[in-house]
Design a protein around this ligand. Structure first.
Ligand SMILES: *Cc1c(COP(=O)(O)O)cnc(C)c1O
Length: 380
């Protein structure tokens, strides 16, 4: 039976994978240029996509600029210099590395290699939306573990590893864990994550998404790389989009057992990371001061935003990342719209099942202040 809308579609569209036809597009944060176009606002601030408000290291910018004289050449498809720099910095073998066009590229690649119709993938309620998207697109079955309750003392809405473990069965192919998670900002400690990995069947891939790794200094926050030799089924994902401030260039990587990296590298597109991104990421690794400044600024901003929002009487999910998610106690969409009109872009997360929450990225101190004062005026 065809719906009205489908009648006019070319016949071939119906042959596309059912999961792809049913996909809901990922809703990115509103770009500043779009707000300027639509509302004529010129001094807008964007606190919507967990970007580094300082941007990248100047060393990364000049390295990217230097590549512009040679745009006629294909990039190094192996990414040798970046892999060598990552290998030295992280203490992992070059053979364990797979570069991606952002870590989302690698997440999609993992789904494509380890999932298929009839195979199940597990993730938590309120987990990063890219997981359900890549699972659905490949036609695999999503198993969603209920999250920790809203009134949990440390990790409201956080991943419940017991609930996730309970969903593992003989059909499970991949488990996705974000540590910390986006959009909740909640995180998992060393002992509980290790216990989860220990009980996971070795045939099941565990993707540990550490997109915000560089921001964390909690003594109990685990570095997934330390477990790679013990768990050959573990894949750790990192990115240059967040603390390194290189979101526009799209570069991330995953670290895994070399045999898994070999599969990923054979299946990826041959030139999935461009020359400017490779050069900028390599240079970014050398500028430890810029990274330290970015992390320090984030710590201050996280405190400023969390305390400011609580002072407005709002419940904030305790976050260790570069954003906070706040419960407005009412539908968030109208507040999001009103903030837009006042030139502040935040992120509504109804698509995650949290219609009363807004996710707010940490900005510069004055940007955080602006958000707090505009929000105060709106909810007064
Ligand atoms: C931002 C983010 C990523 C990284 O995305 P890129 O494709 O590297 O820009 C991955 N996982 C989570 C949970 C994120 O929030």
């Amino acid at each position: 039976m065809q719906s009205r809308a489908e009648e006019s579609l070319p016949e071939c569209v119906a042959t596309a994978l059912a999961g792809v036809r049913a996909l809901t597009p990922y809703l990115p944060g509103k770009p500043l240029t779009e707000l300027e176009r639509e509302y004529g606002i010129v001094d807008a601030v964007k606190l919507a996509s967990n970007e580094n408000p300082l941007g990248p290291s100047p060393a990364a910018v000049s390295a990217a600029q230097a590549t512009l004289t040679d745009l006629g050449r294909y990039p190094d498809g192996f990414g040798f210099e970046l892999k060598e720099a990552l290998s030295a910095r992280l203490g992992v073998a070059i053979e364990s590395l797979t570069l991606g066009n952002g870590s989302n590229d690698s997440l999609e690649l993992i789904a494509r290699i380890f999932l298929q119709p009839g195979v199940e993938a597990i993730y938590s309620e309120y987990a990063f939306l890219v997981y359900p998207m890549v699972i659905q697109a490949i036609g695999a079955t999503a198993r969603v573990a209920r999250a920790l309750p809203a009134d949990h003392p440390q990790q409201p809405y956080g991943h419940d590893l017991t609930a996730m473990a309970a969903l593992v069965n003989e059909r499970t192919g991949v488990v996705f864990i974000a540590n910390p998670n986006n959009p909740t900002g909640t995180w998992l400690g060393r002992d509980e994550l290790l216990a989860f990995l220990e009980q996971l069947p070795p045939r099941v891939i565990c993707v540990l998404d550490e997109a915000y790794f560089e921001y964390l200094d909690q003594p109990d926050y685990p570095n997934g790389l330390e477990w790679l030799t013990r768990f050959p089924n573990l894949i750790v994902a990192r990115t240059f989009s967040k603390a390194y401030g290189l979101a526009a260039l799209r570069v991330g990587f995953v670290v895994s057992h070399p045999a898994i990296a070999d599969l990923l590298n054979r299946a990826r597109q041959p030139f999935n990371v461009n020359s400017s991104a490779l050069a900028a990421a390599t240079a970014a690794l050398t500028d430890r001061d810029h990274l330290a400044r970015s992390v320090a600024l984030n710590n201050q901003g996280l405190k400023q935003l969390s305390e400011g929002l609580r002072a407005l009487g709002l419940a904030v999910i305790p976050s260790v990342a570069n954003f906070v998610t706040v419960d407005l106690g009412r539908e968030a969409a109208p507040i999001y719209d009103a903030l837009l009109r006042r030139g502040v872009i935040t992120r509504p997360i109804a698509g995650y099942g949290l219609p009363n929450h807004l996710r707010i990225s940490v900005g510069l101190a004055e940007e955080n202040r602006r958000l707090l004062s505009e929000l105060e005026a709106l909810i007064a």
